[in-house]
Design a protein around this ligand. Structure first.
Ligand SMILES: Cc1ncc(COP(=O)(O)O)c(C=O)c1O
Ligand SMILES: N[C@@H](CCSC[C@H](N)C(=O)O)C(=O)O
Length: 405
């Protein structure tokens, strides 16, 4: 037989996302005695052992569970990670990762980032003597200026950022960091792109994490976080923290997330196609739109090098807080809701919702505008979405220009 026929085959991203191997490079695998087509939910806290010395592959669900393992093996494959882990939320994922940073060490992070991330970094600064430098991560020189060969333990990047959709050149920052701070970890929050559109571990990151609550699951019916790592050694450290603190994802949520992940490519393709049309509609109406699918985006070329698409989250300013409020409150299809990545379209005002935990003065310092509206585009018919937005704009007192086809 031709030996190449036996070699592990790499498929296109959409195929990899739906096809499960359940095995990793270390030979770890999960199998089901009945060959079930859908991974079963092992809803059990404990596993019987074969002897007083143990002997089973699993003993206790906090330490490991077959449903969770199946999810983690699959996530590792689609992230191009050596190992992957799943925990109870995106914040829990970041908490686990940041336990690799010790008192006295420093983090370099963005000045536009998710409000909850900012809250956790502030907590570490206040209670654990871990200082964060918040810089504009679109500016590689600004990141470099804050790197300290002794103190810097982590560079934490969101790209695109939440909510201003700014792009950080992961590759360029990782290269500079590997020279100036070879022991520092490049950590990327890849929630907005998902592993379907951007594979940060291939771009120089050591650790990639996600709020699995968003695109990976896709239906806003669970909370989860996932972590992918570049090396087994890093994986062992991450696993140790998860087992020690007990934040591993439950069997049911692991199953739900695994089910959601399988449709990631079809959801993202549709949401992204809709988002491009929504972005164009807003541009035609004179708004300043933050979206890396627009050629006018300041980091359009960099994003194109990092990711295979612009995603489906965008934001825009109206220049008037009252007008923004009226628009948000007048939509019918766009639900006023935090979060993104759901199949339904959502609208929000970040300064009052997802980023309200960042003090107003800090938001102002970071040029996060109070009138900013964030849109998370779903899978509805784009004509309905645009019409609903146009109606809301009109109702709010804005003169909508005719949509050019
Ligand atoms: C970019 C980003 N990262 C992380 C998180 C945290 O995820 P979770 O809500 O699942 O804890 C969120 C939102 O909550 C987010 O928007
Ligand atoms: N009350 C929550 C708000 C969650 S925001 C969720 C999501 N990341 C988003 O950007 O919309 C909190 O304060 O954490």
């Amino acid at each position: 037989m031709n030996p190449s026929f036996l070699a592990p085959k790499k498929y296109k991203p959409a195929t990899e996302i739906v096809h499960m191997d359940c095995v990793n490079s270390g030979g770890e695998s999960v199998s089901d005695p009945y060959n079930s087509s859908s991974v079963p939910i092992y809803q059990t806290a404990t596993f019987k052992q074969t002897s007083s010395a143990g002997g089973g592959q699993y003993d206790y669900t906090r330490s490991g569970n077959p449903t969770r393992s199946a999810l983690e093996l699959h996530i590792a494959k689609i992230m191009h990670a050596e190992r992957a882990y799943s925990v109870t939320s995106g914040m829990s994922a970041l908490d686990v990762i940041l336990r690799l940073v010790s008192s006295g060490e420093e983090i370099v992070a963005g000045n536009d980032l998710y409000g909850g991330t900012n809250r956790l970094l502030t907590y570490l600064s206040n209670f654990s003597n871990i200082k964060t430098h918040n810089v504009d991560t679109t500016d590689v020189a600004a990141v470099e200026a804050k790197l300290d060969p002794v103190k810097t333990k982590a560079v934490l990047l969101e790209t695109p950022t939440n909510p201003k959709i700014k792009i950080a050149d992961i590759k360029a920052i990782a290269e500079i960091c590997s020279v100036k701070c070879p022991n520092a970890l490049i950590i990327v929050d890849n929630t907005m792109m998902s592993p379907y559109l951007q594979k940060t571990l291939d771009l120089g990151a050591h650790i990639e994490y996600h709020s699995g609550t968003k695109y990976l699951s896709g239906h806003h019916d669970l909370m989860a976080g996932v972590i992918g790592v570049k090396t087994k050694e890093l994986g062992d450290k991450i696993y140790h923290v998860i087992n020690a603190t007990g934040c591993g994802l439950s069997p049911f949520d692991s199953w739900l997330l695994l089910r959601g992940v399988k449709t990631l490519s079809v959801r993202m393709d549709k949401q992204q196609a809709n988002a491009i049309q929504v972005a164009n509609f807003l541009v035609e109406n004179g708004f300043e739109v933050h979206y890396p699918g627009l050629k006018t985006h300041p980091q359009y070329d960099i994003h194109k090098k990092l990711a295979s698409g612009p995603g489906a989250v965008l934001s825009f300013e109206t220049g008037d807080i009252g007008l923004s409020e009226r628009i948000v409150e007048s939509t019918k299809l766009w639900a006023i809701s935090v979060s993104f990545g759901c199949v339904n379209s959502l609208i929000s005002m970040p300064c009052r919702m997802s980023h309200a935990s960042i003090p107003e003065s800090v938001r102002a310092e970071r040029n996060l505008k109070e009138d900013l509206i964030r849109l998370c585009v779903g899978i509805e018919d784009p004509e309905d979405l645009i019409q609903d937005l146009a109606d809301a704009l009109t109702f709010a007192g804005f003169e909508v220009k005719t949509k050019s086809e």
